[in-house]
Ligand binder design. Structure first.
Ligand code: ATR
Length: 275
């Protein structure tokens, strides 16, 4: 029988996960489909129970349900506990298990680039996305990680929890040239004509600037970084790799991420070769 998978969110219409997973199912000859499910917060529990009743084989969870799904799950992976957020659910012997593949997705995307030894990393932002990334960076062995945030207290809290350093936005701006990798995790740049989360004046040429936003492909942060001679990495890789890790958990198959990054980039109006 055909297996089925889904992503649940509110809104959900613009999610590219159904396109991506359906293509991977097709490429690997897996008899399965992946559908978007729209559920308002008040309907999440009923929607989740209904999906289980109907034999769902795997689920992605997106905004605003990443934390509110947790009480309905049977078990949580250690990373999902630390994040207090779930983006992937597996079903093992009738039991639901919550995972968070966002941070590891980002780190895989980063690691696909040439990186210096023991790079000095600055994470800009201290929200949920930053949290996943900082913990994943530490787990992957990156030891020199600093966090800067508009609200300094949140940077301090995250740095304390993850065992890294907090800096103020001003300190980060002035010392920007010392970092090999800059990671932009705030929501600044999602909306049209938005500015920068911090001044890029002192960014060092040759450093790597990564944004977790993938639409638009080039945020003002990445544009400013390129103007300073940095290499730009947009959020398409993180999106594809978080999905690939979920796909591996569900099917045991490692999908072609490189090709998918190219396809998604072109779907978003970009040119993968000259990204
Ligand atoms: P997410 O889970 O997507 O990370 P979040 O938890 O709401 O969302 O975090 C949003 C991040 O963007 C925070 O780091 C926030 O900074 P504050 O903690 O000071 O709110 C950051 N952010 C949002 N708007 C910003 C702006 N205009 N300038 C700088 N940082 C901003």
């Amino acid at each position: 029988m055909k297996k089925w998978y889904a992503v649940i969110g509110d809104p959900i219409a613009h999610s590219m996960s159904p396109f991506m997973h359906d293509l991977w199912f097709k490429e690997h000859g897996i008899n399965a489909t992946y559908i978007p499910i729209h559920a308002e917060p008040a309907k999440l529990e009923k929607a989740f129970q209904a999906m289980k009743t109907l034999g769902i084989c795997g689920l992605n969870v997106t905004l605003p349900h990443k934390s509110s799904i947790i009480p309905f799950l049977d078990r949580l992976d250690e990373t999902a506990v630390k994040m207090n957020a779930v983006n992937t659910v597996t079903f093992e012997g009738g039991k639901s298990v919550g995972w968070n593949t966002d941070g590891d997705g980002f780190v895989r995307s980063l690691a696909a680039n040439p990186l210096p030894e023991n790079p000095k990393i600055l994470v800009i932002g201290a929200g949920g996305a930053a949290r996943g990334i900082v913990f994943a960076l530490k787990r992957a062995g990156f030891s020199d990680v600093s966090v800067a945030n508009r609200t300094y207290r949140r940077a301090e809290e995250l740095a304390h929890a993850a065992g890294c350093t907090a800096v103020t936005m001003k300190e980060a701006e002035l010392a920007l040239g010392q970092y090999n990798i800059l990671i932009q995790t705030t929501s600044v740049g999602l909306a049209k004509d938005e500015g920068l989360p911090l001044s890029m004046e002192h960014a060092a040429a040759g450093s790597l600037a990564a944004d977790i936003i993938y639409n638009p492909l080039e945020t003002p942060f990445l544009k400013a970084a390129k103007e300073k001679g940095c290499t730009a990495l947009n959020g398409v890789g993180m999106f594809v790799y978080q999905g690939a890790i979920a796909f591996e958990k569900w099917t045991g198959v490692e999908p072609d991420t490189e090709k998918m990054i190219g396809i998604i980039t072109e779907k978003l109006g970009g040119n993968y070769v000259n990204r």
